[in-house]
Design a protein around this ligand. Structure first.
Ligand code: AMP
Ligand code: MG
Length: 405
Protein backbone atom coordinates (compact mmCIF):
# COMPACT_ATOMS: atom_id res chain seq x y z
CA UNK A 1 0.00 0.00 0.00
CA UNK A 2 1.20 3.53 -0.74
CA UNK A 3 2.51 5.42 2.25
CA UNK A 4 1.70 9.12 2.46
CA UNK A 5 -0.35 10.20 -0.52
CA UNK A 6 -1.48 13.73 -0.95
CA UNK A 7 -3.43 14.15 -4.11
CA UNK A 8 -5.06 17.20 -5.61
CA UNK A 9 -7.23 15.05 -7.85
CA UNK A 10 -10.25 13.57 -6.13
CA UNK A 11 -10.57 9.83 -5.70
CA UNK A 12 -13.88 8.24 -6.80
CA UNK A 13 -15.90 7.13 -3.75
CA UNK A 14 -15.90 3.46 -4.78
CA UNK A 15 -12.08 3.46 -4.98
CA UNK A 16 -11.85 4.87 -1.48
CA UNK A 17 -14.40 2.27 -0.38
CA UNK A 18 -12.21 -0.47 -1.85
CA UNK A 19 -8.96 0.77 -0.29
CA UNK A 20 -10.72 0.84 3.08
CA UNK A 21 -12.17 -2.65 2.58
CA UNK A 22 -8.67 -3.98 1.98
CA UNK A 23 -7.83 -3.02 5.56
CA UNK A 24 -10.32 -5.46 7.08
CA UNK A 25 -11.14 -9.18 7.07
CA UNK A 26 -14.05 -11.03 8.68
CA UNK A 27 -13.44 -11.53 12.40
CA UNK A 28 -12.63 -15.06 13.59
CA UNK A 29 -15.74 -17.18 14.12
CA UNK A 30 -16.88 -18.05 17.63
CA UNK A 31 -19.46 -20.50 19.01
CA UNK A 32 -22.46 -18.80 20.52
CA UNK A 33 -25.68 -20.01 22.21
CA UNK A 34 -28.32 -19.61 19.51
CA UNK A 35 -30.57 -17.45 21.66
CA UNK A 36 -27.74 -14.91 22.00
CA UNK A 37 -26.95 -14.84 18.28
CA UNK A 38 -29.54 -12.33 17.06
CA UNK A 39 -27.98 -9.52 14.99
CA UNK A 40 -24.80 -11.51 14.25
CA UNK A 41 -24.03 -13.39 11.03
CA UNK A 42 -23.63 -17.13 10.55
CA UNK A 43 -19.99 -18.14 10.01
CA UNK A 44 -21.04 -21.71 9.15
CA UNK A 45 -24.26 -23.25 7.98
CA UNK A 46 -26.01 -25.05 10.86
CA UNK A 47 -27.93 -28.31 10.29
CA UNK A 48 -31.35 -29.23 11.61
CA UNK A 49 -30.85 -31.53 14.62
CA UNK A 50 -34.45 -32.78 14.57
CA UNK A 51 -37.31 -33.00 12.10
CA UNK A 52 -39.83 -30.18 12.05
CA UNK A 53 -42.44 -30.98 13.19
CA UNK A 54 -40.50 -33.47 15.33
CA UNK A 55 -43.53 -35.85 15.42
CA UNK A 56 -46.84 -36.11 13.59
CA UNK A 57 -49.41 -34.10 15.52
CA UNK A 58 -52.86 -32.60 15.38
CA UNK A 59 -53.44 -29.28 13.61
CA UNK A 60 -56.79 -28.79 15.37
CA UNK A 61 -58.56 -29.32 18.66
CA UNK A 62 -60.78 -32.34 17.93
CA UNK A 63 -60.71 -36.13 17.73
CA UNK A 64 -58.07 -38.45 16.33
CA UNK A 65 -59.95 -41.09 14.32
CA UNK A 66 -59.60 -43.68 11.54
CA UNK A 67 -61.05 -42.15 8.38
CA UNK A 68 -62.58 -45.57 7.47
CA UNK A 69 -64.88 -45.13 10.48
CA UNK A 70 -66.43 -42.07 8.81
CA UNK A 71 -67.59 -43.96 5.70
CA UNK A 72 -71.20 -43.68 6.91
CA UNK A 73 -72.39 -40.49 8.59
CA UNK A 74 -73.32 -39.60 11.18
CA UNK A 75 -70.77 -41.86 12.90
CA UNK A 76 -70.68 -42.39 16.65
CA UNK A 77 -67.33 -43.41 18.14
CA UNK A 78 -66.24 -44.38 21.65
CA UNK A 79 -63.77 -41.90 23.13
CA UNK A 80 -60.97 -43.91 24.73
CA UNK A 81 -58.42 -41.27 25.73
CA UNK A 82 -57.69 -37.57 26.09
CA UNK A 83 -54.50 -36.18 24.53
CA UNK A 84 -53.38 -32.70 25.57
CA UNK A 85 -50.35 -31.08 23.87
CA UNK A 86 -47.18 -32.53 25.38
CA UNK A 87 -48.71 -35.92 26.17
CA UNK A 88 -47.43 -39.20 24.77
CA UNK A 89 -50.28 -41.47 23.50
CA UNK A 90 -50.49 -44.75 25.41
CA UNK A 91 -52.82 -46.70 23.15
CA UNK A 92 -53.70 -46.84 19.46
CA UNK A 93 -57.00 -45.80 17.93
CA UNK A 94 -58.91 -49.04 17.24
CA UNK A 95 -61.81 -49.27 14.77
CA UNK A 96 -64.95 -47.66 16.20
CA UNK A 97 -63.00 -45.49 18.65
CA UNK A 98 -61.64 -41.94 18.82
CA UNK A 99 -59.25 -40.05 21.13
CA UNK A 100 -59.89 -36.46 22.09
CA UNK A 101 -56.82 -34.53 20.91
CA UNK A 102 -55.64 -30.94 21.26
CA UNK A 103 -53.65 -28.85 18.76
CA UNK A 104 -49.99 -29.89 18.81
CA UNK A 105 -50.60 -33.20 20.59
CA UNK A 106 -48.89 -36.29 19.18
CA UNK A 107 -51.17 -38.32 16.88
CA UNK A 108 -51.80 -41.80 18.32
CA UNK A 109 -51.11 -44.91 16.20
CA UNK A 110 -54.10 -46.09 14.20
CA UNK A 111 -55.51 -42.59 13.61
CA UNK A 112 -55.06 -41.11 10.12
CA UNK A 113 -56.97 -37.84 10.49
CA UNK A 114 -58.38 -35.42 13.03
CA UNK A 115 -62.03 -34.36 13.13
CA UNK A 116 -62.21 -30.73 14.32
CA UNK A 117 -64.37 -30.40 17.44
CA UNK A 118 -66.63 -27.99 15.52
CA UNK A 119 -67.75 -30.90 13.28
CA UNK A 120 -68.84 -33.04 16.26
CA UNK A 121 -71.14 -32.93 19.27
CA UNK A 122 -68.00 -32.47 21.45
CA UNK A 123 -68.80 -35.60 23.47
CA UNK A 124 -66.37 -36.92 26.07
CA UNK A 125 -67.46 -40.55 26.42
CA UNK A 126 -68.87 -40.97 22.91
CA UNK A 127 -68.59 -38.55 20.05
CA UNK A 128 -70.92 -38.11 17.07
CA UNK A 129 -69.31 -36.97 13.83
CA UNK A 130 -71.61 -35.29 11.29
CA UNK A 131 -69.23 -34.43 8.44
CA UNK A 132 -66.70 -36.35 6.42
CA UNK A 133 -62.97 -35.89 7.06
CA UNK A 134 -60.44 -37.44 4.67
CA UNK A 135 -57.33 -39.42 5.63
CA UNK A 136 -54.48 -36.99 6.29
CA UNK A 137 -56.69 -33.99 7.07
CA UNK A 138 -55.86 -31.70 10.01
CA UNK A 139 -52.60 -33.51 10.62
CA UNK A 140 -49.12 -31.99 10.66
CA UNK A 141 -46.72 -34.66 9.45
CA UNK A 142 -43.31 -35.25 11.06
CA UNK A 143 -40.62 -33.53 8.94
CA UNK A 144 -43.09 -31.86 6.55
CA UNK A 145 -41.41 -28.48 7.18
CA UNK A 146 -37.73 -29.49 7.55
CA UNK A 147 -36.06 -32.91 7.66
CA UNK A 148 -33.28 -33.58 10.20
CA UNK A 149 -29.82 -32.89 8.73
CA UNK A 150 -31.00 -30.17 6.34
CA UNK A 151 -28.64 -27.18 6.17
CA UNK A 152 -30.34 -23.99 7.39
CA UNK A 153 -29.40 -20.59 6.00
CA UNK A 154 -25.90 -19.90 4.76
CA UNK A 155 -22.61 -18.45 5.95
CA UNK A 156 -22.87 -14.65 6.05
CA UNK A 157 -26.60 -14.68 6.71
CA UNK A 158 -27.88 -12.25 9.29
CA UNK A 159 -29.45 -13.92 12.32
CA UNK A 160 -32.80 -12.17 12.42
CA UNK A 161 -35.45 -13.10 15.02
CA UNK A 162 -37.12 -15.49 12.53
CA UNK A 163 -33.83 -17.23 11.65
CA UNK A 164 -32.90 -17.61 15.34
CA UNK A 165 -36.35 -18.92 16.30
CA UNK A 166 -36.35 -21.32 13.38
CA UNK A 167 -32.95 -22.68 14.46
CA UNK A 168 -34.23 -23.11 18.03
CA UNK A 169 -37.22 -25.07 16.72
CA UNK A 170 -34.85 -27.32 14.79
CA UNK A 171 -32.87 -28.22 17.91
CA UNK A 172 -29.82 -26.08 17.07
CA UNK A 173 -28.54 -24.95 20.47
CA UNK A 174 -25.26 -23.34 19.40
CA UNK A 175 -24.16 -21.62 16.20
CA UNK A 176 -20.85 -20.60 14.73
CA UNK A 177 -21.02 -16.84 14.20
CA UNK A 178 -18.82 -13.89 13.32
CA UNK A 179 -18.77 -11.67 16.41
CA UNK A 180 -20.00 -8.07 16.30
CA UNK A 181 -17.14 -5.70 15.42
CA UNK A 182 -15.90 -3.59 18.33
CA UNK A 183 -15.56 0.05 17.34
CA UNK A 184 -13.97 3.06 19.02
CA UNK A 185 -15.25 6.48 17.98
CA UNK A 186 -13.18 9.58 18.64
CA UNK A 187 -14.21 13.13 17.89
CA UNK A 188 -11.53 15.78 17.73
CA UNK A 189 -11.40 19.53 18.19
CA UNK A 190 -10.47 22.20 20.72
CA UNK A 191 -13.97 23.61 20.29
CA UNK A 192 -15.77 20.52 21.56
CA UNK A 193 -17.54 20.31 24.90
CA UNK A 194 -19.68 17.56 26.30
CA UNK A 195 -23.44 17.65 26.21
CA UNK A 196 -24.78 19.14 29.45
CA UNK A 197 -21.83 21.53 29.97
CA UNK A 198 -22.16 25.31 29.75
CA UNK A 199 -21.64 26.52 26.22
CA UNK A 200 -18.66 28.88 26.53
CA UNK A 201 -17.89 31.35 23.71
CA UNK A 202 -16.36 29.66 20.70
CA UNK A 203 -17.32 26.17 21.80
CA UNK A 204 -19.82 23.70 20.35
CA UNK A 205 -21.39 20.57 21.76
CA UNK A 206 -19.72 17.37 20.60
CA UNK A 207 -22.50 15.79 18.60
CA UNK A 208 -20.25 13.74 16.30
CA UNK A 209 -19.12 11.16 18.83
CA UNK A 210 -22.75 10.64 19.84
CA UNK A 211 -23.81 10.40 16.19
CA UNK A 212 -21.10 7.87 15.42
CA UNK A 213 -21.87 5.80 18.51
CA UNK A 214 -25.48 5.59 17.37
CA UNK A 215 -24.65 4.80 13.75
CA UNK A 216 -22.23 2.08 14.83
CA UNK A 217 -24.91 0.51 16.96
CA UNK A 218 -27.57 0.80 14.22
CA UNK A 219 -25.15 -0.96 11.89
CA UNK A 220 -25.02 -3.92 14.31
CA UNK A 221 -21.54 -3.26 15.73
CA UNK A 222 -20.60 -2.43 19.31
CA UNK A 223 -19.20 0.95 20.26
CA UNK A 224 -16.65 0.07 22.95
CA UNK A 225 -15.16 3.55 23.33
CA UNK A 226 -16.64 6.99 22.73
CA UNK A 227 -14.07 9.71 23.29
CA UNK A 228 -13.49 13.33 22.45
CA UNK A 229 -9.99 14.79 22.31
CA UNK A 230 -8.62 18.26 21.77
CA UNK A 231 -6.32 19.24 18.92
CA UNK A 232 -3.09 18.05 20.56
CA UNK A 233 -1.20 15.29 18.81
CA UNK A 234 0.05 13.71 22.03
CA UNK A 235 -3.47 13.42 23.42
CA UNK A 236 -4.84 11.88 20.27
CA UNK A 237 -1.93 9.46 20.05
CA UNK A 238 -2.59 8.31 23.61
CA UNK A 239 -6.33 7.80 22.99
CA UNK A 240 -5.69 6.01 19.68
CA UNK A 241 -3.20 3.67 21.34
CA UNK A 242 -5.66 2.85 24.12
CA UNK A 243 -8.44 2.34 21.57
CA UNK A 244 -6.30 0.00 19.47
CA UNK A 245 -6.19 -2.44 22.40
CA UNK A 246 -9.99 -2.72 22.55
CA UNK A 247 -11.35 -2.14 19.07
CA UNK A 248 -11.36 -3.87 15.70
CA UNK A 249 -11.89 -0.50 14.01
CA UNK A 250 -11.34 3.09 15.08
CA UNK A 251 -13.33 5.95 13.56
CA UNK A 252 -12.31 9.55 14.07
CA UNK A 253 -14.14 12.73 13.14
CA UNK A 254 -12.56 16.10 12.34
CA UNK A 255 -8.98 17.21 12.04
CA UNK A 256 -8.20 16.08 8.51
CA UNK A 257 -8.87 19.01 6.21
CA UNK A 258 -6.83 22.02 5.14
CA UNK A 259 -6.74 24.04 8.36
CA UNK A 260 -3.78 24.85 10.55
CA UNK A 261 -4.69 22.47 13.39
CA UNK A 262 -5.53 19.16 11.74
CA UNK A 263 -4.73 16.88 14.63
CA UNK A 264 -5.73 13.58 13.04
CA UNK A 265 -3.70 14.18 9.92
CA UNK A 266 -0.73 15.40 11.95
CA UNK A 267 -0.88 12.29 14.11
CA UNK A 268 -1.31 9.68 11.38
CA UNK A 269 -0.26 10.97 7.98
CA UNK A 270 3.42 10.13 8.38
CA UNK A 271 2.81 6.59 9.59
CA UNK A 272 3.21 3.58 7.27
CA UNK A 273 0.08 2.61 5.40
CA UNK A 274 -1.68 5.93 5.88
CA UNK A 275 -3.55 7.78 3.17
CA UNK A 276 -5.10 11.24 3.27
CA UNK A 277 -6.74 12.87 0.32
CA UNK A 278 -9.89 14.14 -1.29
CA UNK A 279 -12.78 11.94 -2.38
CA UNK A 280 -15.13 13.01 -5.13
CA UNK A 281 -18.21 13.46 -2.93
CA UNK A 282 -20.15 16.29 -1.37
CA UNK A 283 -20.38 16.49 1.56
CA UNK A 284 -17.37 14.59 2.87
CA UNK A 285 -14.52 15.45 0.53
CA UNK A 286 -11.60 15.15 2.98
CA UNK A 287 -11.07 11.51 3.91
CA UNK A 288 -8.26 9.31 5.09
CA UNK A 289 -7.09 6.30 7.00
CA UNK A 290 -4.17 5.01 8.98
CA UNK A 291 -3.16 2.13 11.22
CA UNK A 292 -2.46 2.11 14.95
CA UNK A 293 -0.96 -1.15 16.20
CA UNK A 294 -2.41 -2.77 13.07
CA UNK A 295 -5.93 -1.59 13.90
CA UNK A 296 -7.42 0.40 10.99
CA UNK A 297 -8.37 3.99 11.72
CA UNK A 298 -10.91 5.57 9.36
CA UNK A 299 -10.63 9.31 9.54
CA UNK A 300 -13.80 11.23 8.68
CA UNK A 301 -14.18 14.98 8.29
CA UNK A 302 -15.72 17.03 11.11
CA UNK A 303 -18.93 18.46 9.76
CA UNK A 304 -21.80 16.36 11.11
CA UNK A 305 -23.59 15.74 7.78
CA UNK A 306 -20.23 14.77 6.29
CA UNK A 307 -19.88 12.29 9.16
CA UNK A 308 -23.30 10.82 8.40
CA UNK A 309 -22.61 10.47 4.66
CA UNK A 310 -19.06 9.17 5.18
CA UNK A 311 -20.25 6.64 7.73
CA UNK A 312 -22.72 5.03 5.35
CA UNK A 313 -20.42 5.22 2.34
CA UNK A 314 -17.18 4.11 3.95
CA UNK A 315 -17.50 2.83 7.53
CA UNK A 316 -20.61 0.67 7.12
CA UNK A 317 -19.04 -1.52 4.38
CA UNK A 318 -16.01 -2.12 6.63
CA UNK A 319 -18.27 -3.09 9.52
CA UNK A 320 -20.18 -5.43 7.22
CA UNK A 321 -16.99 -7.13 6.07
CA UNK A 322 -15.69 -7.46 9.66
CA UNK A 323 -19.07 -8.94 10.64
CA UNK A 324 -18.91 -11.53 7.86
CA UNK A 325 -21.40 -10.13 5.32
CA UNK A 326 -20.96 -11.65 1.85
CA UNK A 327 -21.56 -8.28 0.15
CA UNK A 328 -19.87 -5.56 2.19
CA UNK A 329 -21.21 -2.75 0.00
CA UNK A 330 -25.02 -2.88 0.05
CA UNK A 331 -26.64 -2.76 -3.38
CA UNK A 332 -28.04 0.57 -4.48
CA UNK A 333 -31.79 0.64 -5.00
CA UNK A 334 -33.56 2.68 -7.65
CA UNK A 335 -36.29 5.09 -6.62
CA UNK A 336 -38.17 8.18 -7.73
CA UNK A 337 -37.76 11.52 -6.02
CA UNK A 338 -40.79 13.37 -4.65
CA UNK A 339 -39.04 16.75 -4.99
CA UNK A 340 -36.24 18.12 -7.11
CA UNK A 341 -32.67 17.66 -5.91
CA UNK A 342 -29.78 20.02 -6.62
CA UNK A 343 -26.48 18.77 -8.03
CA UNK A 344 -22.93 19.89 -7.23
CA UNK A 345 -21.07 21.20 -10.25
CA UNK A 346 -18.06 18.84 -9.95
CA UNK A 347 -18.62 16.28 -7.24
CA UNK A 348 -21.12 13.48 -6.66
CA UNK A 349 -23.62 14.77 -4.13
CA UNK A 350 -25.19 12.48 -1.53
CA UNK A 351 -28.46 14.02 -0.45
CA UNK A 352 -30.01 12.70 2.78
CA UNK A 353 -33.59 11.56 2.19
CA UNK A 354 -36.43 9.54 3.66
CA UNK A 355 -37.46 6.37 1.86
CA UNK A 356 -39.13 4.33 4.57
CA UNK A 357 -39.06 1.31 2.27
CA UNK A 358 -41.05 3.05 -0.47
CA UNK A 359 -40.22 3.43 -4.14
CA UNK A 360 -40.62 7.21 -3.91
CA UNK A 361 -38.10 9.01 -1.72
CA UNK A 362 -38.47 12.38 -0.06
CA UNK A 363 -35.27 14.44 -0.21
CA UNK A 364 -34.65 16.40 2.99
CA UNK A 365 -34.17 20.17 2.67
CA UNK A 366 -30.77 21.09 1.27
CA UNK A 367 -28.47 22.52 3.89
CA UNK A 368 -24.80 23.01 4.57
CA UNK A 369 -22.77 20.09 5.87
CA UNK A 370 -22.84 21.69 9.33
CA UNK A 371 -26.67 21.66 9.43
CA UNK A 372 -27.40 18.35 11.07
CA UNK A 373 -31.05 19.24 11.69
CA UNK A 374 -31.59 19.09 7.91
CA UNK A 375 -30.60 15.42 7.90
CA UNK A 376 -32.85 14.35 10.78
CA UNK A 377 -34.85 11.25 9.91
CA UNK A 378 -32.71 10.32 6.90
CA UNK A 379 -32.81 6.60 6.15
CA UNK A 380 -31.08 6.80 2.77
CA UNK A 381 -28.87 8.93 0.55
CA UNK A 382 -29.72 9.97 -3.01
CA UNK A 383 -26.77 9.83 -5.43
CA UNK A 384 -26.65 12.99 -7.56
CA UNK A 385 -24.13 13.10 -10.40
CA UNK A 386 -22.16 16.32 -11.02
CA UNK A 387 -24.25 18.89 -12.88
CA UNK A 388 -27.21 16.49 -13.16
CA UNK A 389 -30.69 18.02 -13.42
CA UNK A 390 -33.13 16.11 -11.22
CA UNK A 391 -36.66 17.51 -11.22
CA UNK A 392 -39.38 15.89 -9.06
CA UNK A 393 -40.30 12.44 -10.42
CA UNK A 394 -36.77 11.68 -11.69
CA UNK A 395 -35.38 8.18 -11.22
CA UNK A 396 -32.35 8.06 -8.98
CA UNK A 397 -29.96 5.66 -7.29
CA UNK A 398 -30.39 5.47 -3.56
CA UNK A 399 -28.21 4.02 -0.86
CA UNK A 400 -30.66 2.70 1.72
CA UNK A 401 -29.20 2.44 5.22
CA UNK A 402 -31.23 -0.71 5.73
CA UNK A 403 -32.48 0.60 9.06
CA UNK A 404 -35.55 2.55 10.07
CA UNK A 405 -34.50 5.55 12.15
P1 AMP B 1 -12.74 19.96 11.16
O1 AMP B 1 -12.87 18.88 10.14
O2 AMP B 1 -12.08 19.49 12.41
O3 AMP B 1 -12.11 21.16 10.58
O4 AMP B 1 -14.23 20.35 11.55
C1 AMP B 1 -15.11 20.82 10.57
C2 AMP B 1 -16.32 21.43 11.21
O5 AMP B 1 -17.02 20.43 11.93
C3 AMP B 1 -16.00 22.53 12.20
O6 AMP B 1 -16.97 23.54 12.06
C4 AMP B 1 -16.13 21.82 13.51
O7 AMP B 1 -16.43 22.73 14.56
C5 AMP B 1 -17.23 20.85 13.26
N1 AMP B 1 -17.09 19.73 14.16
C6 AMP B 1 -15.94 19.06 14.37
N2 AMP B 1 -16.12 18.10 15.28
C7 AMP B 1 -17.40 18.17 15.65
C8 AMP B 1 -18.17 17.43 16.60
N3 AMP B 1 -17.63 16.44 17.30
N4 AMP B 1 -19.48 17.71 16.75
C9 AMP B 1 -20.00 18.71 16.01
N5 AMP B 1 -19.32 19.45 15.11
C10 AMP B 1 -18.03 19.19 14.94
MG1 MG C 1 -11.15 20.41 13.95
Amino acid sequence: MASVTTSDSLLPADEHQQQLLELVRPLAAVRCPVEQSRGLRLAEQPKAQVDSPPFTNSAMDGYAVRSDDLAELPATLTVTDDLPAGARPTQSVEPGTAQRIMTGAMLPDGADCVVPVELTDAGTARVAVAEVVEAGQHIRRQGEDVVVGTGIGQAGQLLTPTVVASLVSLGVAEVSVTPAPRVAVISTGDELIESGSDLAAGKIFDSNSVLLEGLVSQAGAVCVIRASVNDEVENLRRVLTAASAEADLIVTAGGISAGAYEVVKQTLAESPGAWFGGVNIQPGKPQGFGLVNDVPVVTLPGNPVSVLVSFWLFVNPMLRRLAGAEMPVPERVSAQIADSVAAHSQRVRWQPAIRNGHSVVQPLPKGGSHMLSKAVGADCLIEVMPGESLPAGSHVNVMDFGIRP
